[in-house]
Design a protein around this ligand. Structure first.
Ligand code: GLC
Ligand code: CA
Length: 576
């Protein structure tokens, strides 16, 4: 697998920035581009080779910028196009790359294209979106054109009084889907969202919802998978649609005009991953797969928070998910990513580690860092992960949850159950462990007021633990989570043949407590043993006799023979 000169993005560590919550520079309580610029050295020092910045384009912010009203300008509270140019220049000066977020399945309903499209049935841009007349039931009630449900659960169709038709939105009503079947639309998308920024020197894109652009012609009803709802997430008729690979080839040809740029697509579950990421297919360089981060969710996109006890995570589910992703690399020319967090996921320590005590927070942060950093593919590190940020405290009320998905989900459960307190408590419990909000809590930089994030009133509440868990504390502490991340990212670089490029082999994934696997390079191998329990566990792999021949590393610093301490992770790399 290790090619002679791999493209830059294979061994790169990419640091993901959520602009609203990273660093505020002007006291309005909202993170911004000058704030990001002021932290580039910190990001580089963390071991990152590139940054991926979530959407900063102009937007009415119904979905935190994933609803774009103008691809060629920056959301004013974040700054200006010149500010972005300054970030690109600052990164390039330090040998770092910049990826932007490409959100092109839909625009905002305030995008000029949609305003035109909506203005009349015979507007030339009418066909740039999906407009359909209503259906009527036997009583003559107006109904949406089909049974498709949006990601938040309700109908995926919104009625437009002006022209007496519905338009399609797989996400919020403020995010109308673009009609990719129209070649003029596609050309316009490429021009405004890709060429415009590539010409400014961006090095690639994280591509949002990358398998949704081709809908099955005729927009047929979706299969009923959720009996409790009138509307169904239309997976089989919108994901991996008939023309998706044709569209991605076209995009590939746009990117190819700019040299060594990188693309990473957000690829929903149930996709044939190799058809998207195999190098010979010339579609995407790699994908953000969901196998691992979906461990602990209920099945289905709009039902993901409706968890029941059988959905709760187990180590063997986690291990199978790792094996599924890593396995897609074996004997192929494809490429994957290794990540545990992003802006759509709760914090990994709270999900699969333990945030119950300060000690377990630190231990499991390092354990999960060792897991992520020893898996093959391009590594994506999410802001705050490097200091072990955790979910919001349990005593935060529902009002602190700002994400549209959380708000809509909670409302829908209330509506469906007539406000049943038990059902609402259950829904809230799910949000407390799984909501996207947790990752969107502002970054804790130091112990000063508002964690050094802002001088003003933060748009979202600062984490209660900021005085303890913050960047400044950890920079000077060699045992901190941040120091461990920095170290393990160096180890990953030094041993890229096994850690970044190696072939994954499960050794033991049935054990309830310890997760053991190997990574095989052409001449060397790594063995990884991760104790996911808070108790000591026997461990027969990796003895000091072997250690003498290779590199040994423990999340505890030192190594003991024959056993793993609570939440200890151990890594050995040597000749195979
Ligand atoms: C992606 C984004 C998410 C957004 C959605 C709609 O999943 O990561 O934050 O809500 O697309 O654009
Ligand atoms: Ca600001």
């Amino acid at each position: 697998m290790a090619d002679s000169t791999p493209p830059w993005w294979k061994e790169a560590n990419i640091y993901q920035i959520y602009p609203a919550s990273f660093q505020d520079s002007n006291g309005d309580g909202i993170g911004d581009l000058p704030g990001i610029l002021s932290r580039i050295d910190y990001i580089k020092d963390s071991g990152a080779d590139a940054i991926w910045i979530c959407p900063t384009y102009d937007s009415p912010q119904h979905d935190m910028g994933y609803d774009i009203s103008d691809y060629e300008s920056v959301y004013p509270p974040y700054g200006t196009v010149e500010d972005m140019e300054a970030i690109i220049a600052a990164c390039h000066k330090r040998g770092m790359k910049v990826l932007l977020d490409l959100v092109i399945n839909h625009t905002s309903n305030e995008h000029a294209w949609f305003k035109e499209s909506r203005s009349s049935k015979d507007n030339p841009k009418r066909d740039w979106y999906f407009w359909r007349p209503p259906r009527y039931d036997s009583q003559g009630n107006r109904k949406p054109p089909n049974n498709w449900g949006a990601f938040s659960g309700g109908s995926a169709w919104e009625w437009d009084e002006g022209t007496q038709e519905y338009y399609l939105h797989l996400f919020c009503p403020e995010q109308p889907d673009l009609n990719w079947d129209n070649s003029e639309t596609r050309k316009a998308i490429y021009q405004t969202s890709m060429h415009f920024w590539l010409q400014k020197g961006v090095d690639g894109f994280r591509i949002d919802t990358v398998n949704l652009y081709s809908k099955v012609p005729g927009l047929p009803d979706a299969e009923i998978t959720n009996e409790t709802s009138e509307y169904q997430w239309p997976r089989d008729v919108v994901c991996n649609g008939p023309r998706i690979h044709e569209f991605l080839s076209e995009m590939y040809n746009v990117f190819a005009q700019y040299g060594a740029i990188m693309t990473v697509g957000e690829l929903g579950p149930d996709s044939d991953i190799l058809s998207y990421v195999s190098a010979s297919a010339k579609q995407l360089n790699m994908a953000i797969q969901f196998d691992l981060v979906n461990v602990g969710f209920a099945p289905g996109i709009s039902t993901r928070y409706e968890v029941s006890p059988e959905d709760s995570w187990t180590l063997s589910k986690l291990a199978s998910a790792v094996a599924a992703i890593q396995g897609s690399l074996a004997n192929s020319d494809g490429w994957v990513t290794t990540y545990l967090e992003n802006h759509d996921q709760a914090r990994s320590i709270s999900r699969w580690g333990s945030d119950l005590t300060e000690e377990s927070r630190v231990q499991t942060a390092k354990l999960l860092a060792m897991l992520q950093a020893t898996l093959s593919g391009t590594l994506l590190l999410y802001q705050g992960q490097e200091i072990g940020m955790v979910n919001a405290p349990k005593d935060w009320p529902i009002e602190e949850y700002k994400d549209i998905l959380s708000v809509e989900f909670y409302k829908a459960i209330g509506a469906r159950t007539g406000g049943d307190p038990k059902a609402l408590a259950c829904a809230f419990a799910a949000l407390q462990s799984l909501a996207r909000d947790h990752a969107r809590i502002p970054m804790s930089w130091d112990g000063s007021r508002n964690a050094g994030f802002t001088q003003g009133k933060p748009w979202m509440r600062i984490h209660d633990n900021y005085a303890l868990v913050n960047v400044q504390n950890q920079l000077s502490d060699e045992h901190s989570v941040r120091s461990f991340w920095k170290k393990i990212l160096q180890v990953r670089k030094e041993h890229a043949d096994v850690l970044v490029h190696g072939i994954y082999k499960a050794v033991q994934d049935e054990d309830l407590n310890v997760f053991i696997y190997e990574k095989h390079g052409s001449r060397r191998k790594a063995v990884v043993a991760l104790n996911f329990s808070g108790a000591e566990q026997p461990c027969q792999v990796m003895h000091s006799s072997e250690a003498a021949k290779g590199t040994y590393m423990s999340t505890y610093g030192d190594v003991v023979e024959g056993r793993l301490r609570p939440y200890e992770g151990r890594l050995w790399i040597g000749p195979s």
